[in-house]
Design a protein around this ligand. Structure first.
Ligand code: ZN
Length: 262
């Protein structure tokens, strides 16, 4: 059993060693009443104690951040260097017409704090680079890839490998999208799966397709944080033109320049 599997089992069994876990107030009012039967009070406590790093406050980052803040994730670190443009508004539901010209990470912080005032949101209006990635990820338990280009994704992948933190990848194009969960040392890394992805062009994106794929990503994030991941070493493909979901096993590559298949 790998360290990751042991960690997930401990979370599932409630063998949580963090301080004061049992004393946290799970449910302020009725806020989490409807999700307690699904993930349990332990699961809610675990979300409250979690920090996620969301790379990108766009089409995927919008549903992911909104659902995680609403579900009671304790802290969200969100980074995006771009400003809100009118052409973003068909899909980027974190932002509004009145925010045009504002930085997306800062706009996201306003929306998320309005959605759940107990969620601590740190906004980083910065580009994710080799120099900034480790600092931006900070103390996050989970790195969530909501980016729109593989150049930055490969930076995030290298940071995840270096920090040995799980990386939840998703991408969307047109009607369709894909997801996978990367556990350094256990599963293939992003470069094993996509050794030479195209970079530098923006994909066509339908808002509802971003919503579906982002919701699948948020759901898997909740599952990871509560000890029940499903996409380790699996690539989930959503085809919105036929409304079908398929998943495939993915393999490590011994020739991978990033992880060397380890
Ligand atoms: Zn690799």
């Amino acid at each position: 059993m790998t360290d990751w599997d042991m960690k997930m089992e401990n979370i599932r069994n409630g063998n949580v060693t963090e301080e004061n876990m049992a004393e946290e107030n799970v449910s302020p009012g009725n806020r989490y009443l409807r999700q307690i039967p699904v993930i349990g009070e332990d699961g809610c406590r675990r979300l409250q104690k979690s920090t996620v790093f969301i790379a990108g406050a766009g089409g995927l980052g919008s549903p992911v951040a909104l659902y995680l803040a609403s579900a009671g994730v304790g802290a969200i670190r969100i980074a995006d260097m771009d400003c809100v443009e009118e052409s973003n508004l068909n899909r980027q539901i974190l932002h509004h017409e009145s925010r045009t010209g504002e930085n997306k990470a800062l706009s996201a912080k306003k929306t998320l704090e309005a959605a759940n005032s107990r969620c601590r949101v740190e906004a980083f209006p910065e580009k994710i680079t080799e120099e900034s990635a480790l600092r931006l990820i900070g103390d996050a338990d989970l790195i969530i890839d909501c980016l729109d280009n593989f150049e930055a994704r490969y930076v995030l992948n290298r940071a995840a490998l270096r920090l040995e933190k799980p990386l939840l990848h998703a991408a969307v194009s047109g009607y369709s999208g894909q997801l996978t969960l990367i556990i350094p040392g256990k599963t293939p890394c992003l470069s094993c799966i996509f050794p030479k992805a195209e970079t530098g062009h923006s994909s066509p994106a339908l808002g509802a397709a971003c919503g579906v794929v982002g919701s699948l990503q948020a759901l898997e994030a909740v599952r990871v944080l509560t000890g029940r991941p499903t996409l380790e070493g699996k690539l989930l493909l959503y085809d919105g033109s036929s409304n079908t979901l398929n998943s495939f096993s993915v393999k490590k590559s011994a020739r991978c320049p990033e992880c060397g298949g380890r």
